[in-house]
Design a protein around this ligand. Structure first.
Ligand code: DX5
Ligand code: ZN
Length: 217
């Protein structure tokens, strides 16, 4: 069954603990944490301090999506704060292999992220070294944007390579995922769907998560 990773970017930060407990009770598989630095993306969100604060609130893996320049500088701090998965953007990592190894050396599962305009070919060489590939279906920076269909087609290519190369990384999709777009992602081979506004902008989060899962069937 597809895993849902609610993005706390669309949660009410004044009651973040309760917002996380709510989606955990509602069937979330991961908590997706969007870290933005105001340089790599035009928005600033949260740092290791918040990851540390939410770590005791949930049993779920914290899926930390770094949308920052020079991620190597901050990976140890996010690992120490309790991240279970750290994903870094291909576009932000001139020495991607080193960055992926740094994440693993810090005891965290590494993943690589592709912006909508970045071809899948650019991460083919790193696939044996990652536990996750995150396909962005919006340009990162904000929640609530529309799904970019052409970006989703990369999922299919990644799923093919995974099979050919006999690998088992998860394919995650992030941006504009809702009951209309979820099935496109899972039909192409996605395992994990990030959903920010489609979960947190709904009154009943359990229903919101179930309806996305049901939409993929
Ligand atoms: C976008 C973030 C996403 C965002 C998704 O930059 O990486 O995780 O929160 O939000 P929705 O699901 O509303 O597109
Ligand atoms: Zn994200």
């Amino acid at each position: 069954m597809v895993k849902i990773a609610p993005s706390i970017l669309s949660a009410d930060f004044a009651k973040l603990g309760d917002e996380i407990r709510d989606v955990e009770a509602g069937g979330a598989a991961y908590i997706h944490v969007d870290v933005m630095d105001g340089h790599f993306v035009p928005n600033i969100t949260i740092g290791p301090l918040i990851v540390d604060a939410i770590r005791p609130v949930t049993q779920l893996p914290l899926d930390v999506h770094l949308m920052i320049e020079n991620p190597d500088q901050y990976i140890p701090a996010f690992a120490k704060a309790g991240a279970d998965i750290i994903t870094v953007h291909q576009e932000a990592c001139p020495h991607l292999h080193r960055t992926i190894q740094l994440i693993r050396d810090n005891g965290v599962k590494p993943g690589v992220v592709l912006n909508p305009a970045t071809p899948a070919e650019l991460v083919k060489g790193i696939l044996p070294d990652v536990d996750m590939v995150l396909v962005m279906t919006v340009n990162p920076g904000f929640g609530g944007q529309s799904f970019i269909h052409s970006a989703a087609e990369k999922i299919k290519q990644l799923a093919e390579w995974r099979k050919e190369m006999n690998l088992d990384f998860e394919i995650e999709v992030d941006g504009g995922v809702n009951t209309d777009t979820a099935k496109i992602c899972t039909d192409f081979g996605a395992d994990v769907l990030v959903a920010g506004s489609a979960v947190y902008n709904k009154e009943n989060r359990k229903e919101a998560i179930s309806s996305i899962i049901d939409a993929t069937k």
